[in-house]
Design a protein around this ligand. Structure first.
Ligand code: KG4
Ligand code: ZN
Length: 355
């Protein structure tokens, strides 16, 4: 049994990867959103260490939740429900947020709204007043797909990456260029001062619907291997700009083609890569030229945050107190499907026993 989302402020929690975040959201208003990034903690390992992330979430969660509530001037008695990311993501990290959400909701006798992380990213666009249907490019560190959003946060996947996610391409490229982790933002900043025509990197699978970035990463590796150190040093910004342009051109072309193929005039973007200045500029120019309406969420709602989880929660069913206590997190969407109880089939009538 589940009900419509309750009116009133929602306490929202997001801990699917390496950002500990809490927010207060009411309808389409994000009243507060606090993000405590663990980037520095994981940078020494060159990537997110799941166990380290989970432990850090447990240390930060209470403080981040308290700050979200105080900066929205919302008290425990004001809350209408608790929303939290259920998956996909790192399972240990997700479980920390889910456990915190259950504990608060149970103690306050509130409903709980489990939210899919991808639907959260898409819902960031609702802060700007976009209306479905629209095509949404979801590009983050773990996912790259084109979602045809039919209503609320219900969507159909029109295309996806065949290998790396776009954020992964940025991070791997940044590493090859000697930038920090995660390198997307640093690569973006470096590229801003470079000439994107310096190297012509391949625009992978130009005719397919799906994305591919792994060949591009290899092309960058070989380009760098072909240069001496001084050349790389002198041309780093130009190489970064060229590499970014190749990722961006693929994202823009496939998004616009998808909108045309679906007959939709509204386009949106979501996920950490949606913060990329080159992508925002190129997509704006392309959508203007094509007469498409574009929704660009503020940067704070692109990278992982609990505000987007609250915006999605407004479209999702709330589980009444205390039915959610045995709710589990899921690492991938396919695991979520597998965890759902199978629908009971009516039993076929048994033939009469001949004996
Ligand atoms: O959505 P997100 O915060 O977490 C996931 O769900 O994965 O996305 C993180 C990804 C990282 O790969 C990061 O490098 C990338 O988004 N990113 C960027 C920028 N800001 C974050 N990539 C390119 N340009 C940026 N400005
Ligand atoms: Zn994300």
């Amino acid at each position: 049994m589940s009900g419509p989302p309750p009116a009133g402020p929602l306490l929202c929690i997001e801990t699917s990867c390496d950002d500990t975040s809490a927010a207060i959201v009411q309808g389409r208003d994000v009243l507060s959103s606090i993000v405590s990034s663990q980037n520095e903690l994981h940078a020494q390992f060159g990537g997110v260490v799941p166990e380290v992330a989970s432990r850090r979430h447990t240390e930060l969660a209470n403080e981040v939740i308290a700050e979200a509530m105080s900066s929205a001037a919302v008290g425990w008695d004001d809350l209408a429900a608790v929303a939290t990311t259920q998956g996909p993501g790192l399972i240990g990290a997700l479980l920390v947020g889910l456990a915190a959400a259950k504990a608060i909701a149970y103690r306050r006798r509130l409903p709980l709204i489990p939210v899919n992380h991808i639907q959260g990213h898409i819902a960031a666009n609702y802060a700007l007043g976009v209306e479905a249907p629209f095509v949404c490019l979801v590009a983050s560190g773990g996912h790259t797909l084109l979602a045809v959003v039919e209503e609320g946060v219900a969507y159909r996947v029109a295309a996806r990456t065949m290998d790396d996610a776009a954020g992964e391409a940025f991070d791997k490229g940044a590493r090859l260029l000697g930038l920090g982790y995660p390198g997307g933002k640093e690569l973006d900043l470096l590229a801003a001062g470079g000439d994107a025509r310096f190297v012509r990197f391949p625009r992978a699978v130009p005719h397919g619907r799906d994305f591919s970035f792994s060949g591009l990463k290899t092309a960058l590796l070989y380009d760098l291997l072909g240069r001496d150190e001084a050349q790389v040093e002198g041309q780093r910004a130009d190489i970064a700009a060229s590499y970014q342009a190749a990722i961006v051109s693929q994202l823009v072309e496939k998004t616009v083609a998808c909108a045309a193929g679906e007959g939709l005039r509204r386009v949106a973007i979501a996920g950490g890569v949606a913060a990329n200045s080159g992508l925002r500029r190129a997509l704006t120019e392309r959508c203007d030229a094509e007469g498409l309406q574009l929704s660009l969420p503020p940067l704070s709602l692109c990278t992982d945050n609990a505000g987007m989880i609250g915006l999605a929660a407004g479209f999702l069913p709330a589980l009444p107190w205390p039915t959610y206590l045995d709710l589990d997190a899921f690492a991938s969407d396919s695991q979520a499907r597998a965890a759902r109880p199978a629908k009971r089939r009516p039993r076929a009538a048994r033939p009469a026993d001949p004996s």
